[in-house]
Design a protein around this ligand. Structure first.
Ligand code: NDP
Length: 325
């Protein structure tokens, strides 16, 4: 028997609860894992609260991330005792996920536990932090360097934003953070932001082109914010877009792209090929100070996951939340 968050949708409505399940209920898969740690990402918040169409099958165990140890495997790459990490691949959406003491899934989705981090630290980073690293790598791939100027990070006090600020600052970039929570300014400066701007500077409809300021940007918000970020990005600057915390729409013009050669780089963590995942985690080992994770992270028991998921979607969670199982 094992404990899990279970989301059900039936005549009684959409609801999430902690349940005790028999291992015979686990889905098919060639690797079984004793999960030691999981986490809450924005997508888990949407799944648990039902505020977004994340869950594709019911009942569902949410949790797009997990760290744990293999207990059984018929997959050639994994054997009992291996420490493994999972991010994405539709886990917690179409396949039972990490908010459970036991998981069974496809060995092809797993990567080895990164040597630089403990399982708790790996979940403190989680999909949010690994996506932040994918954004930083996209800026680099398109030629952005610290000498070119300021990098903007939106939704900076959230999970992706906090890790992006910490990594960019450690790499020597001048980081400007955008946050809707003025009380997080000291936190963002401690992570390495040199300036903190209010969310309202970006959230209202703006002009197709604004004063050029950013050499690069990491945007988790979308909507008018992403449009305004593109409009104020410097000639040949790069915007890595990974989120929709402010909306799915993109009310922009092509002006920044065709008149300033701005690049809009889309970032997806879910289906990202395994070699790129391993490289992102290797880079996190080099470019994220593990001491920063203590500042970013709060640890909670599984029993609190449902309540904290609601707070996350309400924009009340700072940084990252780890769940020790
Ligand atoms: P969090 O909830 O931790 O952070 C989101 C932050 O965005 C909040 O903390 C807040 O920051 C800001 N925010 C929230 N609501 C609004 C709003 N209405 N308008 C403007 N800003 C807002 O989520 P994550 O960091 O885990 O994820 C951020 C986004 O990135 C989500 O949309 C998520 O789905 C997406 N994502 C995408 C991935 C991909 O593969 N493409 C992978 C991981 C995440 P503040 O208080 O500082 O303003």
């Amino acid at each position: 028997m094992f404990k899990a968050v279970v989301i059900r949708k039936d005549d009684a409505g959409y609801r999430a609860a902690i349940e005790t399940l028999d291992e015979s209920a686990l889905p098919e898969g060639d690797v079984t894992i004793r999960v030691s740690h999981s986490t809450l990402n924005y997508k888990d918040g949407l799944a648990i609260t039902g505020k977004g169409p994340v869950v594709r099958r019911f009942p569902m165990v949410p949790g797009i991330d997990l760290a744990g140890v293999v207990t059984e495997s018929s997959h050639p790459a994994w054997k009992a005792g291996d420490a493994v990490l999972l991010n994405g691949w539709g886990v917690g959406e179409t396949h039972w996920g990490g908010l459970a003491e036991v998981a069974r899934l496809k060995g092809d989705w797993l990567i080895p536990q990164p040597a630089a981090f403990s399982p708790a630290q790996a979940m403190s980073i989680g999909t949010a932090g690994y996506t932040a690293m994918l954004c930083v790598m996209a800026l680099e791939r398109h030629g952005v360097t610290p000498a070119q100027g300021e990098i903007l990070v939106t939704g900076a006090a959230g999970g992706v934003g906090s890790v992006a600020v910490a990594v960019l600052a450690k790499l020597g970039y001048t980081v400007v953070a955008v946050s809707g929570r003025p009380e997080t300014e000291a936190y963002l400066r401690e992570l390495g932001a040199s300036e903190v701007l209010p969310r309202e500077s970006f959230s209202a409809p703006g002009k197709p082109l604004a004063k050029e300021r950013w050499a690069g940007a990491v945007d988790v918000v979308g909507g008018h914010t992403l449009a305004n970020v593109c409009a104020s990005t410097k000639y040949r600057g790069v915007v890595a877009a990974c989120g929709l915390a402010g909306g799915m729409d993109f009310p922009a013009t092509v002006a920044p792209f065709i008149l300033r050669g701005v690049t809009l780089a889309g970032i997806d963590s879910v289906m990202c090929p395994t070699p790129d995942r391993i490289e992102a985690w290797r880079r996190l080992g080099e470019d994220l100070d593990p001491a920063r994770l203590d500042l970013i992270t709060r640890s909670i028991p599984l029993e609190d996951a449902i309540e904290v998921a609601g707070q996350l979607i309400a924009g009340q969670v700072r940084g990252r939340v780890v769940i020790a199982l």
